[in-house]
Design a protein around this ligand. Sequence first.
Ligand SMILES: *Cc1c(COP(=O)(O)O)cnc(C)c1O
Length: 497
Amino acid sequence: MTPDIPDASSLDPTDWPAFRQLAHRMIDDVIDGMEAIRDRPAWQPVPEVVRQSFEEPLPRTARPLPEVYEQVLQTILPYPRGNVHPRYWGWVNGSGLPVAMLAEFLAAAMNSSVGAFETAPTMVEAQVLRWLKDMLDWPADSSAVLTSGCSMSNLIALTVARNAKGDDVRRKGVAGSGRPTFYGSSETHSSIQKAIEILGLGAASFRRVPVDDDRCIRVDVLAEMIAGDRAAGLKPVCVIGNAGTVLTGAVDPLDRVADFCAAEDLWFHVDGAFGALAWIVPGLKPLLAGLERADSLAFDLHKWMYLPYAVACVFVRDDAAHHAAFAMAPSYLSRLPAGPASYPVSFPDRSIELTRPFRALKVWMALQTHGLDAFAAAIARNVAQARRFAAGVARSPELELSATGPLNVVCFRFRPASAALTPEQEDDLNRNMLMQLQLSGEAVPSHGLVDGRFVLRIAITNHRTTDADLDLLLNRCGEIGRTLMAGASAGGDRRTA
Ligand SMILES: *Cc1c(COP(=O)(O)O)cnc(C)c1O
């Protein structure tokens, strides 16, 4: 008995006109949603019945696409993270540009893996990398590659640093390289520690340097730590400078760290996940002085370039060191004198991925469509909005400014002068205030601990935010805080009665 051989062509639409019609409807639905984004909640919980729908078992048989799409409309599209909304400022999540959404669609249609191959997508990525270097004043002959995020960019850069300062690490592993040690401020992002762990060096090889009152690395203490570690037999290899820490947006004194690294023969890496983008605003560039001197720079494009996930970049000044860390030359990937395999650029030789998506198209189309100046204006506006909001918090008798850097991040909490609350009560009140605000769908700040205390935190990487949106946040925090206080004291009265 011959088994049934399914018709492979059934994986393509059998009725192209119907497919086309439904595709048009999807575009209409999505664009309707984008136009009306303000009328939607910034976030909403996923209802129980929807949650349960994701427990359905593996489908073995076909369902009509319109029916599947109906399920997407009902159960998926209404429950996004919320960062497309003008009043979402949680964590560091970019808002997403509509033109880039279209680019994603076109890139998926091409379905090109962007490796070492003569294709337009390969050339577009090469062009985008040239533009990004130009944008951040990096030398044209430095190396660069697009990645899935700044975590990946940091991992790539620290791999290059480890190998460049090690002893034939690719052949011998890390065992022969002494005890490679990395340094960064205590505010450094968790992805740096994760990278160092993945590199096989252990979390103890990341040394956290204390910060000053502005939450910037203490270069004097860094120098003492490195001298001490050398004396103790460790091998300092790299200092990570922060261009915008995740919690408060602090910018380390990059010029001084660069001087120090040059004098001490250390690799200087900058984590500029979102902050590096401030470089394109003439008024903000001086804050980042020294960024252009780093040995490697990691930054996201899906945060402060407002592009949809996932796209980031890493620059490595020394092209040879970058390739030495990642290049592979098996026969099946070798270059030929002509044809598609003759292309001289190999992105897999600069990164971990071999098969890579066409991330560059959304960057290319967004830059072409809007021009760099529009991005500079949007970033400058976000910084002005953060400063205006911080000033509003400082003026408010019930809110306290907990921390703010020179960029787009503000940490604050509800703390009326009149109320005598214990620190624990205050933390509880602020936690409840934040959750109530998020559940209301009105706005989404996130949270963190500043000096051990619970704070609300906004990071404005949102091109849709207006001043009025932030005024609403300020007012609602006051109102919710007051209501919670009244409730708490009423509850307290009951207990004492
Ligand atoms: C977000 C962030 C990262 C990690 O970037 P991903 O794109 O989330 O991988 C690293 N460093 C800082 C400072 C960040 O804000």
